[in-house]
Design a protein around this ligand. Structure first.
Ligand code: GAL
Length: 394
């Protein structure tokens, strides 16, 4: 008798599971972006690729991001989704898996803001990401690199760095090229907070031998094929823009300090008509702050701050430019085939349930030498066609 009841329960369960799969599997094809809302993949599940970046390669887009659980630690690794049209994304699984015990990327470490670039000389896909070692909070401030033959992985973890150890930035005066031991640093800066040191060279000099700190990061490949690793360094006070080696797997040692002492995080870079534009945030952890933008004629600088690039208001949370619509930047994606059309990618973080964090993809253009990011409740790529001025209604 008990066995029969059990069989009935099992049958009902199977039916329920099949119905669920059918229901979820029939995710409708999309042709619009709906910033802030849940964004189902082609299986009907909210895309799980936070702090991400997008690579355009061979006619497809690949979106790489942090695969989040409820918390923010890496329990699985880096996820990848692919798309033909930027609206509909197919889950390609975890392309860089967390490692086993003792590995630098073991389960429970922090793997954030992964970005992937393609090296046309070596024909390899190269991923860099912000790495914090397990059990050490955000102290390690390292950047990790992984490699793959295919965009969809599997990526093989190579190693992590404190970048440019033993090198001085190109823009540092000769008389300041003086490394400090930890004891010397402590004596000089006694009683001062990091933010009080941002305009000085002390943090840079302290980390000269060990290598510079690297937290929030992005990658940028220039027209000449040279790639750059851009990261929040010097206790998040100053960004470093570091040239990568020809195979994109290490640093050449050529780098600059950018927006010195201005506490930028979440950097994202694009290039238009020979000029470089940067989108970034301030440093308030998961809480939103005011976005910033900057422009440079040379990627290594000098970078000129150009203020908040955001326009409009997010009706879901009533937040506007003063809080970046409740979001934080992660990447600027050039739209293939549309000159001057960019998508500014942001995350709305949900620290109490990180996998439910939302995405804001908003249209971005360069207008009068400035980056402009325009809020839209709902939009599609035709936004970039024709006159955009009438669309800046909010
Ligand atoms: C943010 C950063 C995120 C994450 C978070 C942790 O400022 O942009 O990527 O590191 O802090 O609090």
């Amino acid at each position: 008798m008990q066995e029969e009841i059990w069989m009935v329960i099992m049958k009902r369960l199977n039916l329920l599971i099949m119905l669920l799969i059918l229901f979820i599997g029939q995710a409708e094809a999309k042709d619009v972006f709906k910033p802030y809302e849940l964004w189902p993949d082609t299986d009907g599940l909210h895309i799980n690729a936070h702090g991400g970046g997008v690579l355009s390669h061979g006619g497809l887009y690949y979106w790489y991001g942090e695969f989040k659980d409820r918390g923010s630690k890496a329990n699985y690794g880096i996820a990848c989704y692919s798309s033909k049209d930027l609206y509909n994304w197919k889950n390609c699984g975890i392309v860089l898996k967390v490692g086993s015990r003792g590995s630098e990327i073991e389960k429970g470490c922090v793997m954030e803001r992964p970005k992937v670039i393609y090296n046309s000389k070596t024909k390899k896909f190269v991923m860099w990401f912000h790495l914090e070692l397990k059990g050490r909070g955000y102290d390690a401030a390292r950047t990790g690199v992984a490699i793959s033959d295919k965009a969809t992985g599997p990526f093989k973890y190579i190693k992590s760095y404190r970048p440019v150890a033993g090198h001085w930035p190109v823009d540092l005066d000769k008389d300041k090229r003086q490394a400090l031991s930890k004891a010397e640093f402590a004596a000089i800066t006694a009683g001062k907070e990091h933010w009080q040191l941002g305009k000085t060279e002390y943090l840079l000099q302290r980390d000269f031998t060990e290598g510079q700190m690297a937290r929030d990061m992005t990658l940028f490949v220039d027209d000449d094929g040279k790639a750059y690793h851009i990261s929040a360094s010097e206790e998040n006070q100053t960004l470093h823009i570091c040239q990568l080696s020809d195979d994109y797997l290490s640093f050449t040692g050529r780098y600059s300090r950018v927006l010195i002492g201005q506490s930028n995080e979440a950097p994202a870079i694009c290039k238009y008509k020979g000029k470089y534009y940067m989108l970034s945030s301030g440093c308030t952890g998961w809480a939103a702050n005011e976005a910033r933008s900057a422009m440079a004629k040379n990627i290594l600088g000098p970078w000129k701050p150009l203020g908040n690039p955001c326009r409009g208001v997010n009706p879901h949370n009533k937040l506007g430019p003063e809080k970046t619509f409740g979001a934080q930047s992660t990447y600027i994606l050039p739209v293939s085939g549309k000159d001057g059309a960019f998508i500014a990618m942001f995350d709305i973080w949900r620290p109490s349930n990180q996998r439910d964090s939302r995405y804001l993809w908003l249209p971005a253009i360069i207008e009068d030498g400035r980056l402009i990011v325009q809020w839209q409740d709902q939009w599609d790529l035709s936004w970039f066609d024709g006159d955009k001025s009438g669309k800046d209604s909010k």
